[in-house]
Ligand binder design. Structure first.
Ligand SMILES: Cc1cc2nc3c(=O)[nH]c(=O)nc-3n(C[C@H](O)[C@H](O)[C@H](O)COP(=O)(O)OP(=O)(O)OC[C@H]3O[C@@H](n4cnc5c(N)ncnc54)[C@H](O)[C@@H]3O)c2cc1C
Length: 362
């Protein structure tokens, strides 16, 4: 009999893992949403009207069946019965030999007064609400300075909507002054209005009160980061911090239970990107198939803010040196540990490889 792998979550982590194991294991995916896999990084393109809804679904409907993956949509995982090796769900029990938590994350809830007047963005359902309101209002206020805030701002401004972005820090993406300034200038060029270093005090139906004055806007989207979905793990007695705690082989504190992607925390870091979730899934697939465990948890990501492509590779704080107009490399103790690349993504791939493999000159 084939080993039974049950995966909770049909996001990029869960899907990539199922793809890697299909054929060699009996694979099931349990997913709370009723929709098949869709592309979250493209949601802001959909909101701006650059992409029809059907293009958000990269896999044909019969993909799972053809791969032999048993997909259960609209099914919530409620508890892991570790003694009996059963996953208890809203639609029955699923026995497992290996269980993988790929439950991802949700948008972090704002805590400011009037938060009921703010929308957040994580799912297609959220995106539909935002798109509908944006078309009606013709303008949007975005709270936050991370990559989701910037993707949304860039695409909506490029589509001709009036966009204001309010961020409590003076820098974007947690980057240094120079890089943040470069990104801001490029985005101002396509019409995004920035209000940095501004604290939001209260939201109302008509706008926002900040410590730098009042800002009108009936549509307000809050992009304050993510909250990993760890409730299933905690209820099942599995250790979690901000995410489900994992070791270098993606093992949780429970035997035969693993975690990957946005729900998993390794040495204080969380993947936080589709790219990271997919890399972790590939590495776990390799481990479960008996391969060598060698994932380095090196964090990097590629984004597109309207027409500006940007790669953030490894650690990007501390001492940075520009190589030229588009690449800034960061060093710790004289050793290159990260880089930011503006524009040229082919260079970003080469640079990531050389920093990751320790081949970039000090
Ligand atoms: C608007 C937006 C733009 C983004 N842009 C980029 C980008 O440009 N580049 C990039 O790399 N990343 C981007 N990301 C981030 C990326 O989408 C996430 O990091 C990625 O989806 C994480 O994958 P995951 O598989 O870990 O989890 P998720 O994609 O969150 O999937 C987890 C799934 O688990 C399901 N689930 C949770 N709990 C249960 C339960 N108890 N029972 C059943 N099912 C459950 C959820 O319904 C969900 O479908 C973006 C995200 C958003 C929202």
């Amino acid at each position: 009999m084939l080993m039974r792998v049950v995966i909770v979550g049909n996001g990029p982590g869960g899907v990539e893992l199922a793809k890697g194991l299909a054929g060699e294991f009996e694979v099931s995916i349990i997913e709370g949403e009723k929709l098949p896999y869709y592309n979250k990084p493209m949601l802001s393109h959909y909101i701006a009207g650059f992409l029809p809804e059907e293009k958000l679904f990269p896999l044909p409907v019969d993909w799972y069946g053809r791969k032999g993956i048993d997909l259960h949509l609209g099914t919530s995982a409620l508890l892991i019965d570790r003694a009996k090796r059963l996953l208890v769900t809203s639609k029955g029990e699923f026995p497992y030999d290996v269980l993988v938590l790929a439950t991802g994350a949700r948008a972090r809830e704002p805590v400011i007064p009037g938060k009921e007047h703010l929308l957040t963005l994580r799912t297609l359902h959220d995106a539909k609400k935002i798109r509908e309101k944006l078309e009606k209002e013709g303008e949007m206020v975005i709270l936050g300075g991370g990559f989701i805030a910037l993707e949304l701002a860039g695409n909506a401004a490029k589509a001709g909507y009036q966009v204001r972005l309010v961020h409590r820090r003076k820098n974007l993406l947690g980057l240094d002054d120079e890089l943040s300034e470069r990104i801001r200038e490029r985005m101002e060029g396509i019409g995004v209005e920035f209000h940095l270093d501004a604290k939001v005090l209260r939201a109302t139906g008509e706008g926002l009160k900040t410590d730098r004055g009042y800002m009108p806007g009936r549509l307000k989207v809050c992009a304050y980061g993510i909250t990993p979905n760890i409730e299933l793990a905690i209820k099942s007695g599995i250790q979690a911090g901000r995410g489900v705690l994992i070791d270098g082989q993606f093992r949780t504190s429970a035997e035969n239970v693993y975690a990957i992607g946005d729900c998993a925390e390794h040495h204080g870091t969380i993947a936080g990107t589709a790219r990271g979730a997919v890399e972790e899934a590939r590495s776990l697939a390799n481990i479960l198939k008996g391969g060598k465990a060698s994932y380095d948890f090196f964090r990097s990501a590629v984004f597109k803010f309207a027409d500006l492509s940007l790669a953030i590779i490894g650690r990007t704080r501390g001492e940075g040196r520009w190589l030229d107009e588009e690449v800034k490399v960061f060093y710790e103790g004289g050793k290159p540990v990260g880089a930011v690349v503006l524009g040229n993504m082919r260079r970003a791939i080469e640079l990531e490889k050389s920093i990751r493999e320790g081949l970039f000159p000090s």
